[in-house]
Design a protein around this ligand. Structure first.
Ligand SMILES: [Zn+2]
Length: 122
């Protein structure tokens, strides 16, 4: 144990990673225990639980789960990243506009048919 006797302050216990004794003496069994108020990593672990590590400053993940990543930087890298999340194109700008155009055309045709005297409410 890393202890020194200080002439005025008495027993000094140095707080190191390998020496949690000062925390235990202060009633805190570990530094990042369940009541720790900071932000935790949002990563899901392989066992289904949530990562218990503290998130990195300004980020939502710990250093193990991508907190160290700077993300794509180059134009090529950003494009590659964009392509990687593309699944089927159902929500692309073109696909959405195309569906809206079809709905609009059907409404126009129905209005025209009603004006011509067709009964569409069968
Ligand atoms: Zn994590």
């Amino acid at each position: 144990m890393n202890r020194e006797i200080h002439p005025k302050e008495g027993l000094i216990v140095k707080l190191t990673k390998a020496n949690p004794e000062p925390l235990i003496l202060a009633g805190k069994p570990w530094r990042l225990g369940p009541k720790w108020p900071g932000r935790r990593c949002l990563a899901k672990t392989r066992s289904g639980g949530q990562c218990q590590c503290p998130a990195m400053k300004g980020k939502a993940r710990c250093r193990i789960h991508g907190g160290l990543s700077t993300g794509p930087r180059t134009k090529d890298g950003k494009e590659k990243s964009r392509q990687a999340v593309f699944k089927h194109g159902h929500y692309t700008k073109e696909a959405i506009e195309n569906r809206q155009r079809i709905v609009r055309e059907i409404a126009e045709l129905e209005a025209w048919a009603r004006a011509q005297g067709f009964n569409l409410d069968l």
